[in-house]
Write a protein that binds this ligand. Structure first.
Ligand code: AMP
Length: 196
């Protein structure tokens, strides 16, 4: 099963994608995680991405599309994958369609977690506080200023991706305001429903 998860920062994509990964035995491919790993390792991609990520902007499409297209050809993704945090621009969505088409593949579902923008900042602040309390390292882009910028970037550049998928009848909206278990149930129901 090949799934795309859309939704703003703090919508719960990571949490729900991790659950689906266990349930379906397919990997969660998070471009944010891949880029953070590249930054940590100091690779050429990481060096280009670091400052952009720290400011809450988007890493150029060509870089991100390249790492995703390589990643989904790895053996663990043969049965499918869950894309978390990608595509974030219409250009990335088009490139993903093309890359899949070249390999004779297609997406099974595009799920969008819909959340009231007013709760997102609180959720991200809570995530940072929980991480701190657990003795972990808080993401450098989880500061209030960068979170605002990330949300603005989302509304400007990523919101149109929903229309792209809605236009081809592939979008399934999920109420992301419900408790985690209820959101998980809605996702299971959406995935079980026949494709359009
Ligand atoms: P995330 O962990 O998904 O919140 O991503 C963290 C940061 O990585 C984002 O704020 C962007 O700077 C960068 N990033 C992650 N995924 C993408 C993507 N698909 N396109 C461009 N930049 C991305």
């Amino acid at each position: 099963m090949r799934i795309v998860f859309l939704g703003p920062p703090g919508a719960g994509k990571g949490t729900q994608a991790a659950r689906l990964m266990e349930r379906h035995g397919i990997p969660q491919l998070s471009t944010g995680d891949m880029l953070r790993a590249a930054v940590k390792a100091g690779t050429p991609v990481g060096l280009k991405a670091k400052a952009i990520m720290e400011q809450g902007g988007l890493v150029p499409d060509a870089i991100v599309v390249g790492i995703v297209a390589e990643r989904f050809m790895e053996p663990d993704a043969a049965k499918g994958f869950i894309l978390d945090g990608f595509p974030r621009t219409v250009g990335q969505a088009e490139a993903l369609d093309l890359a899949l088409e070249h390999r004779g593949l297609k997406l099974d579902a595009v799920l969008e977690l819909e959340v009231d923008p007013k709760v997102l900042v609180d959720r991200i602040e809570r995530r940072a506080a929980d991480t701190r309390a657990a003795g972990g390292t808080v993401r450098p882009d989880d500061t209030p200023e960068v979170v605002s910028k990330r949300l603005a970037t989302y509304h400007e550049q990523t919101a149109p991706v929903s229309s792209y998928y809605a236009g081809s009848n592939r979008l399934k909206a999920i109420d992301g305001m419900a408790p985690i278990e209820a959101v998980a149930e809605s996702i299971d129901a959406a995935l079980a429903a026949p494709a359009h």
